[in-house]
Design a protein around this ligand. Structure first.
Ligand code: FE2
Length: 447
């Protein structure tokens, strides 16, 4: 996103730029202009500026001149007045309906935070609107369909989709290669063109992928997770998606329980695929090894752990945030994230519980596992600050295997269980109710 900041006082202009960089997502670009006329020149050269934060009183072209230009060219740039003047004081200069919002000087920080929430909300609404018409399908899922059950579209911009493959054609390996090389992870099916519904077609395909005999278990889990999560992020958690996710996790658990896994199975895994899906797969499988060794293994226990692994980071979009192992690491890295990202991170256990509420017949403990996912053995985690003696043994399995999975994904072939056990011990993950799961992990280095 590009944001233009216009103020004739250069230090204020730079200060606004600094606050915007701090609050908006890290891929936001800021451009600075020190007069209204300079701003108009920049706007003429850049038709992709989404927001213009503009002062009122400036020597060379005032705020109203900038807004007048935007209205004349029917620009999509949102005009935000940043001044001691408010738009309703000067209705002729700032006609109603043309000012997106205003930032009241000197409360610039509060104003920009408010602006960010407005933008975020409108982006979510736009996505929701769009999802009324199109559904995303992972390229990997398309490649596993025999004949395409619907026309396939590619997304060119926010709301522009072009048909790229016809219904009943095959999605060939050359097609898969072509889109993967272009970093296109999802294509789309259009709603309303088919019966059964597109959602049903996609969910049915995921089901068939799970039943395939010739696909490794890790790949099945990975593909199903990535498709279900992309749908949940796109349309929100609908009752239909909650039911399909639940069925899929139960199916995954049945497969996990049937397949004996070697304690160091991850050495055989190739870690292709998106991080959240690989993390879910690895976390579920490691948890199954620990509970099997502890003889707590029942499908009901594994379902709790897998459902929690599925939902733990569902509200996060940033992979660097998902990669964080525990609160100690989060505190060390906190300055790399914007205040909005920090807020999102601190709230994500609670957000996961809100998504969980859409699932029917939730087994006991899952809300606790989600809420306590980032507690620490010494009681310095969040949000409840429980320590190793206060956290339940199942929560400890969930936390420790989550850290285990993240370390394997970080170190890949250089991962060493012995060194990892020493690190865990140093951080206190061998104490209290962590002890039993810690001993299982430690024993893996002897194999
Ligand atoms: Fe998390």
């Amino acid at each position: 996103m590009k944001i233009l900041i216009v103020d004739d006082e250069s230090d204020i202009c730079e200060l606004i730029g600094f606050i915007v960089q701090d609050i908006f997502p890290s891929d936001t670009d800021t451009l600075l202009a020190y007069s209204g006329n300079e701003a108009i020149k920049i706007l003429k050269e850049n038709d992709d500026i989404e927001i213009c934060i503009c002062d009122h009183n400036m020597a060379d072209g005032m705020g109203p001149d900038v807004l007048k230009y935007l209205i004349e060219v029917k620009s999509k740039t949102k005009f935000v007045l940043c001044s001691t003047v408010i738009p309703s004081d000067k209705p002729n200069d700032y006609p109603a309906g043309f000012v997106y919002t205003n930032i009241q000087k000197p409360e610039i920080g509060i104003g920009i935070e408010h602006l960010f929430h407005l933008v975020e909300k409108s982006m979510l609404e736009k996505l929701k609107c769009m999802s009324d018409e199109f559904f995303p399908v992972k390229v990997h899922v398309l490649s596993l369909m025999e004949a395409l059950p619907a026309d396939i579209y590619i997304r060119m911009s926010d709301n522009k989709f072009i048909k790229c493959i016809n219904q009943s054609e095959e999605f060939s390996s050359a097609d898969k290669e072509k889109y993967t090389q272009k970093f296109v992870a999802e294509l789309y099916m259009k709603k309303g063109e088919h019966s059964p519904s597109v959602n049903e077609i996609i969910l049915d395909t995921v089901q068939k992928i799970m039943e395939r005999r010739n696909l490794p278990l890790t790949e099945k889990l990975n593909i199903a997770h990535s498709q279900l999560v992309v749908l949940i992020k796109f349309t929100g958690i609908t009752p239909e998606l909650a039911e399909s996710s639940k069925k899929n996790i139960q199916q995954s658990v049945a497969l996990i329980m049937k397949n004996p896994l070697a304690a160091d199975f991850w050495k055989e895994m190739n870690f292709l695929g998106e991080y959240p899906s690989t993390l879910y797969t690895l976390h579920s499988l490691l948890a199954s090894i620990v509970v099997k060794k502890l003889h707590w293994s029942s499908e009901a226990t594994m379902y709790k752990l897998s459902l929690s692994a599925f939902l733990q980071d569902i509200s996060l979009d940033s992979i660097p945030l998902m990669e964080i192992c525990d609160n100690q690491e989060f505190i060390e890295k906190q300055s790399r994230f914007t205040p909005a990202e920090v807020k999102k991170y601190l709230e994500h256990p609670q957000r996961a519980i809100e998504v969980l509420a859409s699932f029917k017949e939730i087994p006991p403990d899952v809300d606790r596992l989600l809420l306590e996912q980032h507690e620490m053995p010494d009681g310095t985690g969040f949000p409840r600050k429980l320590n190793a003696n206060q956290l339940g043994p199942l929560t400890c399995v969930f936390i420790i295997t989550g850290i285990f999975a993240r370390h394997i994904l970080k170190d890949k072939s250089s991962f060493d269980v012995g060194a990892f056990a020493i690190l865990l011990e140093g951080k206190g993950y061998s104490r209290g109710n962590f002890k039993e799961s810690f001993e299982v992990i430690k024993s893996m280095r002897k194999i």
